[in-house]
Ligand binder design. Structure first.
Ligand code: CP3
Length: 355
């Protein structure tokens, strides 16, 4: 149904199979730092219109691949499509990030929420298939979702938050209400990611952006447990090919062993975790993705190359490393700079793999 894959470095590294050099992609690689993205967004009208039209979503997904030798493409969409499909009314106010028309604060609110289905999110499935076809086998396509905990923070707070006061009050005061919400989200995410896999996604990543805001015991109970439920519900092989799963908890460096035990193929690391230490702790059971500080891209070519070399040396020899930023690329990065990073990974990465 789809053209044969020409560059499978990314998938091979996730499965710890031999590669010629270290593969690389960047979280949020399609976005505002690219002038061509800003042009597409102006043409479409706004960000959500880009996501909801498969031709625009495809166009912006491919933009960074035209500039740089990336080893993977990531679906252009957002993690908040699920709460939007549950009826919360997602909108974006310029400069203020995402907002919801309705919040979820009580048992009645949670009981009234439907589980999102792929029918509600058909536009995402259409985008996945359109992008996979347009890639024409150049590199694999990554699908993604937010973690139940991270999605719930936006739904309960009504948008971005610094202190998470409403959701944490709910967690401590009425934990059963939050568990009911997280269970509905986990079921929605399973259906959503399996839908993306059937539509053409060749690997999937779960973004737990706010898991690191929890204490250890609360992380286990309110974030990791639901990611484990998702791991157990995902299609792990499709049309004879393994579908690797990457789990990324920002600021989750303390809990790598617990995360690895939940069953992903790879763990995403932010830059606050030492990659050599992470490999020593969990490198036998999972591949690692990351983890250069995204702010390195504000510096010049020689600094970028020096910092790339440090991360590669930190992971060391052998397969099982996908190079990435420790979090999304910033909007004020000079679009010439990611090329220095990506080319350096490929060039300097060779020495860590057998010829
Ligand atoms: O990586 C990619 O290139 C794929 C696209 C992608 C977007 N959002 C596009 C986007 C992905 C993977 C996401 C995930 C996402 N969305 C996360 C998890 C990843 C992370 O960063 O930890 C979160 C928390 C969101 C929620 C969200 N969406 C926020 C907080 C914002 C505002 C960000 C800001 O800086 O204003 C968005 C909007 C958004 N999602 C943009 C893009 C390109 C910017 C929208 C625009 O103005 O064009």
């Amino acid at each position: 149904m789809f053209p044969e894959l020409k560059n499978d470095r990314f998938l091979r590294a996730l499965l710890k199979e031999p590669v010629d050099t270290t593969p690389v992609w960047m979280m949020r690689q399609a976005g505002r730092y690219l002038p061509e993205y800003r042009t597409s967004r102006a043409t479409a009208g706004d960000f959500l219109s880009l996501c909801k039209n498969q031709d625009f979503a495809c166009e912006v997904t491919l933009q960074p691949l035209e500039r740089y030798e990336l080893d993977a493409a990531i679906l252009f969409s957002d993690i908040l499509t699920i709460p939007d499909a549950m009826g919360l009314g997602l909108y974006f106010e310029t400069g203020e990030g995402p907002k919801f028309k309705h919040t979820v604060r009580s048992k009645a609110d949670v009981d009234a929420l439907p589980i999102a289905t792929t029918t509600d999110l058909d536009y995402v499935m259409r985008a996945v298939t359109t992008i996979r076809k347009a890639l024409n086998g150049k590199v694999p396509l990554i699908g993604f979702s937010g973690s139940p905990w991270t999605l719930a923070t936006y739904m309960v707070e009504g948008g971005s938050s610094k202190d998470f006061r409403h959701i944490k009050a709910m967690m401590y005061q009425t934990p059963d209400v939050l568990h009911a919400l997280l269970n509905k989200l986990a079921l929605s995410v399973i259906d959503y990611l399996n839908g993306q896999i059937k539509a053409g996604a060749q690997a999937v990543q779960i973004f737990d952006t706010w898991g690191g805001a929890l204490s250890g015991p609360m992380y286990q109970r309110f974030s990791l447990m639901y990611m484990k439920q998702i791991m157990d519900g995902l299609i792990r092989e499709h049309e004879g090919k393994k579908i690797p799963v990457i789990m990324f908890t920002k600021n989750g460096g303390q809990w790598l062993e617990n995360m690895a035990a939940a069953g992903p193929d790879a763990l995403g690391l932010d830059w606050t975790t030492d990659i050599a230490e992470a490999r020593a702790r969990v490198g036998e059971s999972v591949a690692l993705q990351g983890n250069i500080d995204p702010c390195v891209l504000y510096a010049d070519k020689d600094v970028i190359e020096r910092e790339v070399a440090l991360v590669l040396e930190g992971f060391g020899h052998g397969s099982g490393h996908v190079f990435n930023l420790g979090h999304g690329i910033h909007q004020y990065v000079n679009p010439d700079h990611p090329k220095f990073l990506i080319d350096a990974v490929h060039e300097l990465g060779r020495q860590y793999h057998e010829p």
